[in-house]
Design a protein around this ligand. Sequence first.
Ligand SMILES: Cc1cc2nc3c(=O)[nH]c(=O)nc-3n(C[C@H](O)[C@H](O)[C@H](O)COP(=O)(O)OP(=O)(O)OC[C@H]3O[C@@H](n4cnc5c(N)ncnc54)[C@H](O)[C@@H]3O)c2cc1C
Length: 468
Amino acid sequence: MEKINKVSVPMREQSPSERIKNFKSVPLGYSEEEAKTEAQRCLQCPDPVCEAECPVSIKIKDMIKEIGDGNFKEAFLIAKRDNPVPAIAGRVCPQEDQCEGVCTMKNIGDPINIGKLEAFIADWAMENKVTEEINIKDKKEKVAIVGSGPAGISCAADLRKLGYQVSLFEALHKAGGVLQYGIPAFRLPKEIVEEELSCLEDMGVDIQLNRIVGQNVTCDALMDDYDAVFIGTGAGAPKFLGIKGEKLMGAYSANEFLIRTNLMKSYKFPEYDTPIIVGDKVAVIGAGNVAMDAARCAIREGAKEVYIVYRRTINEAPARNEEIHHAIEEGIKMLELVNPVEILGNEDGWVSGLELQKMKLGEEDSSGRPRPVPIENSNYRMEFDTVIEALGTIPNRLFLSKTTYLKKDPRDRILVEHNLVTNIQNVYAGGDAVRGNATVILALGDGRKAAASIHKYLGEKANAQTIF
Ligand SMILES: Cc1cc2nc3c(=O)[nH]c(=O)nc-3n(C[C@H](O)[C@H](O)[C@H](O)COP(=O)(O)OP(=O)(O)OC[C@H]3O[C@@H](n4cnc5c(N)ncnc54)[C@H](O)[C@@H]3O)c2cc1C
């Protein structure tokens, strides 16, 4: 019997001391030999549990088999069939909670590095100019998609492959949603985002940038002009603590900080005309992926000390383990069991520090984590030059205010049936606009599900028209 290799092939990375000086990708990718060795560890389970955990249903077992055999083109085509953006998903999906989390190899050693293998074959295809050949048979029905994040991207790709005339409306001057403006380039290089999105244009999706639905085009007009509409507007509005001092100079929401950094390229100032002021000592409030991204950007933009300020302990932090690990390696400090009660300012109106209250862990709350309980008379102050709030986001106000006829829940998430149709029969929705803060892969999965539902709806409508 062949010996089972229990240890995964590590991926080479830029060293922490080097990478905090640049925005280049931290992981350096697998070589062909490394990818084959990692793939050959796969047990090729008769019942691949990893696939059941993938929200876009990639045939993971077959993809890995082809990589192990050195058939990289075949492996790429398998991934691409179910996921229009494998290079992106391979880099940012929380695989540890999905495919890799249930990998059978975990029982005896390291799980297979499925995400890294997915990114490897997608990068290999880009380098070798291998693309998916698609034979599109055009249909006359038109579908409008609002928002070009992962939900909009996968919905557009699937509908176009089925032959529909697809127009994608995006408020910003670049497509990609959070992939473009939120996740920093050292985790997700923007050339990769551009390259994977170019397949939409190659397929004939009409991408309309700088088009804010609700402002320079109405949703009602889309409902009239198109046979169906998909809403993938995400949840891009920041939440705030609502404490004193949030309007001081030097206090940012993570959204503003990350948009300035990633979309407006403040880190390339003066080449790009968007400066950003990051002081010597930065506090980032929150401990999710967004907080880790903001902290890691701040250190690259010249901060000398960066703290994650969190009311629980880092064991309860919602960020991916990999992000926490990378942040700690880069010198980010974790300030646990404290809650900011005020952002302090100086006489010139700039941030000068935080007043913090100490916390302890209590009983489990509805999130399944211990509740942070304030400790009385424990307040103290710490000096900071910059404070970034990374407390999660909610759906955008503008779109909601112009579509009051769409049913929403009390947290302003659009309500949908199981097939992602809203209360309007030809309007579908998915991704963060429906789920609140979720993940790239869940948004990609929703886009695919909505595309299938729209196809069914338009097919049934066409049949009814033929009969009557
Ligand atoms: C900083 C950050 C880091 C993250 N890291 C990870 C990670 O590592 N892994 C992970 O899985 N998830 C991560 N997430 C979450 C993930 O990015 C989101 O769950 C996902 O992008 C949601 O996709 P979406 O398509 O629903 O929305 P979005 O990606 O938000 O895209 C919505 C798009 O709609 C556009 N839009 C909004 N309103 C309008 C309008 N009225 N008209 C036209 N266009 C409009 C927006 O400009 C945007 O481009 C992160 C999120 C952030 C903010």
